[in-house]
Every structure is written in structure tokens, then in C-alpha cells.
Design a protein around this ligand. Structure first.
Ligand code: PEP
Ligand code: MN
Length: 265
């Protein structure tokens, strides 16, 4: 398999147009709101997370919500606002594509195409994303084994696209104290099996703002190549995932702590 360490021994480095390299020595910080909500919201969030040290701005324009009645995202208008934030801040943009038909539109704007947990095994979507030639961040499905996760990534590599970033975002568990169970073991396991970089999402991985900073630190200590974190200028007013979104000051604190941990390992 092309995802395997047997196929390629050295770590794959994914390079973004703004100079960010994922899989190298630096811990890459991707941050921003769950969803793009307005020009003011995304530009404010971008300035805040950039000032804290993030080099990649996240924000969904197409949201795969659990309920069809929840906010579904701004669509192409959201993509345009992300492009504006990139222009102003120099950050790279990561945003989700939720269906095969929508991939080309997302690829016109995004520097990294995100495939969400709910779509990890949407094989036509994976193939289309692979065909764009843009870097793809693939999130682990909420009940996917590590083997299924790596085989899903294989669909993208099989299209001739090696620029794949894996993302551990928590799996379902029997415990109700957190939204998901962030499987930190997956990080060293994947590192052993694959040359692809892996980042952690402690926001969806815990679902609770107060747990995001400690689990972000832990993921870096476990060997993650980076973090993707939800940060909102005013989490109490977020249209999605407010309960797990950090206040900008908390993100700054997390960045400082990850630097200390990265130095120590
Ligand atoms: C997201 O990143 O906002 C998202 C929907 O994540 P996941 O696919 O991990 O649930
Ligand atoms: Mn979210």
C-alpha cells in the first residue's frame, strides 16, 4: 500500500503555498472557527489566531451538521471570505468539502481540502479530492479502525496525490463525559505504520472547551505533527461548536505550551 512505511520509509512533508510544512520539525497550528459566519467574524478570528502563532486558518463554509435544521454554512460566500482572510493575513486556508460535486469549487479557494469524519469512507469524495492535486486533510471516522483510516487515505494516494495529512479527531466511546474519545494512541501507531503526517483535533476530540488545551498538549507530547483547533472571537455566540471553541487567549496559551513540549521531545 502507498500509505505504508514499507512503500516509503522517510516521512512525507506536505508543503503549503505560504511556506507551512506539515510533517517536519515544526508543530503546525491550524486554528479558527468551526464555521465561517461573517466577514467580521472570520477576519477577527484570523488576526487573533495568526497573532498567537497559527499559520493555517480553518473555517467551514459547507457544514455537515448532525441535524439538517442546524446552520449549514455560508457556501461559496464563506469560501470568498476565507480567501479574503488569506489575502490579509498570509495564512493558508483549510476548509471542508462535503460531496464529490462540491470538491472543485472548494479546491478553487482552499490550500488544504478537509474531509470530515462523517465522510471518511465516502470513496467518490476521496477520489475527487485526490484528483485535485491539492493537499487533503483526512479526518478519522468516528467509528473507524486505524486500518480503515489508512485505507481511506489510500484512495487519495491512489489518485496520484501524496499530499495527505491524517487527523485524529476522537472516536465514539461509552463515556458521556466527553463528546468523543481522543485516541492519542493512534498517533504513535499511525507513525509506525505510515509515512504520512498526522495532526490531532482536540476540539472535536473532547467537545469541551476546558479539555481542549490539556489534550492539545498531550497530542503534541504523543508526537502529533500539529493541531487543528476551533477558536472563536466570541464562543458564546458561535453558530456551531461554541462549547468546544477556545477563547483566543486560551489558544495563545496552548501555542506557548506546545512550543515548550516540542522543545523537550
Ligand atoms: C469540523 O472540523 O468542524 C468538523 C465537522 O469536524 P469532524 O468532521 O471531525 O466532525
Ligand atoms: Mn466543528
Amino acid at each position: 500500500k502507498q500509505v505504508s512505511r514499507e512503500w516509503r520509509e522517510e516521512n512525507t512533508l506536505v508543503r503549503l503555498p505560504n511556506g507551512t510544512v506539515i510533517g517536519g520539525r515544526e508543530i503546525v497550528l491550524m486554528a479558527g472557527p468551526c464555521a465561517v459566519e461573517s466577514e467580521e467574524q472570520i477576519l477577527t478570528a484570523a488576526r487573533q489566531v495568526r497573532a498567537a502563532g497559527a499559520t493555517v486558518l480553518r473555517g467551514g463554509a459547507f457544514k455537515p451538521r448532525t441535524s439538517p435544521y442546524s446552520f449549514q454554512g455560508l457556501g461559496e460566500d464563506g469560501l470568498k471570505l476565507l480567501a479574503k482572510a488569506r489575502e490579509e493575513t498570509g495564512m493558508a486556508i483549510i476548509t471542508e468539502a462535503i460531496d464529490p460535486e462540491g470538491v472543485d469549487l472548494v479546491a478553487e479557494y482552499a490550500d488544504v481540502i478537509q474531509i470530515g469524519a462523517r465522510n471518511m469512507q465516502n470513496y467518490p469524495l476521496l477520489r475527487r479530492a485526490g484528483q485535485t492535486g491539492k493537499p487533503v486533510l483526512l479526518k478519522r471516522g468516528m467509528s473507524a479502525t486505524i486500518t480503515e483510516f489508512l485505507l481511506a487515505a489510500e484512495y487519495i494516494l491512489a489518485e496520484g496525490n501524496d499530499d495527505v495529512i491524517l487527523c485524529e479527531r476522537g472516536v465514539r466511546s461509552f463515556d458521556t463525559h466527553t463528546r468523543n474519545l481522543l485516541d492519542l494512541t493512534a498517533i504513535p501507531v499511525v507513525k509506525g505504520l505510515s509515512h504520512l503526517p498526522i495532526v490531532a483535533d482536540p476540539s472535536h476530540g473532547t467537545g469541551l472547551r476546558s479539555k481542549v488545551v490539556p489534550m492539545g498538549r498531550a497530542a503534541v507530547a504523543a508526537g502529533a505533527d500539529g493541531l487543528i483547533v476551533e477558536v472563536h472571537p466570541d464562543p458564546t455566540r458561535a453558530l456551531s461548536d461554541g462549547a468546544q471553541s477556545l477563547y483566543p487567549e486560551q489558544f495563545t496559551e496552548l501555542v506557548e505550551q506546545t512550543r515548550v513540549i516540542a522543545q523537550a521531545i
